[in-house]
Design a protein around this ligand. Structure first.
Ligand code: 8X3
Length: 250
């Protein structure tokens, strides 16, 4: 990874943050993207390698294209794009769910990921190299109760990844996705709108994955030899069998 250029969306927390740390330890230069400038600055401050901070919201189509079309010259050749930005908002049945929550999930997890990808593809195609790693979820493989729209958004990430791999097959660009199960981050706190007690329950007695565990797997995906592409990686805590079955310590 030495001197490779890695762009990470959603780098200001959780998996994105841990991924930046993991790649930096391997000598990579990092483009850290997110909405929270101060967080990105404090991350950049800790990293030993060169960084570029880009503050924008992936949901803002104009901002995505304007920012990524004008990358500084030294940063235009991106080796790995890690489409990590995304969130869950709410855990409710369709009939009572909040439509704003739906918009936020579809706009960020699906459309945002597509915008960032589309904005960076011309550069990757021109240089005939690159690797796109999308953050899916076990929720993109199995639908669970009250998760219809979050799961839809992650099924879309899975479908988009497969389609992108087909479309880029002739371009020499690798495309893959990682689908984590329960990862202990701010994820549930955001989903439950700041209700920490409810968020903590999600991870009780399960030994959830850490952001670092996921980052290590992403690093593995990015480090395979040229002829190897990890197309689809489902990463679960050992105690989690699938989206619904977990062996929780009582
Ligand atoms: C995060 C995993 O199972 O909470 O995407 O949806 S889950």
């Amino acid at each position: 990874m030495k001197d490779k250029t890695i762009l990470i969306t959603g780098a200001s927390s959780g998996i994105g943050w841990a991924t930046a740390e993991a790649f930096s330890k391997q000598g990579a230069r990092l483009i850290l993207c997110g909405r929270r400038k101060e967080k990105l600055e404090s991350l950049a401050h800790q990293l030993k390698t060169e960084t570029l901070i880009l503050t924008f919201d992936v949901r803002d189509r104009k901002a995505v294209f304007e920012t990524l079309d004008k990358l500084p010259k030294d940063w235009v050749n991106i080796d790995v794009l890690i489409n990590n930005a995304g969130n869950a908002h709410g855990l409710d049945p369709v009939q009572t769910a909040n439509i704003e929550d739906w918009e936020a999930m579809i706009d960020g997890n699906v459309k945002g990921l597509m915008y960032v990808t589309k904005a960076l593809l011309p550069g990757m195609i021109k240089s005939r190299k690159g690797h796109i790693i999308n953050l899916g979820s076990i929720a993109g493989k199995e639908v669970y109760p009250n998760g219809s729209v979050y799961c839809s958004s992650k099924f879309a990430v899975d479908a988009f990844t497969q389609g992108l791999r087909i479309d880029l097959n002739k371009e020499g660009i690798k495309v893959g996705a990682i689908h984590p199960g329960l990862v202990q981050t701010e994820f549930s706190e955001v989903r439950f709108k700041g209700d920490r007690a409810r968020a903590a329950k999600v991870y009780e007695g399960i030994q959830a994955l850490s952001a670092q565990d996921v980052a290590d797997a992403i690093l593995y995906m990015a480090q395979t030899p040229d002829q190897v592409n990890v197309a689809d990686l489902v990463l679960l805590p050992t105690r989690q069998a699938n989206a619904y079955i977990s062996n929780r310590e009582s």
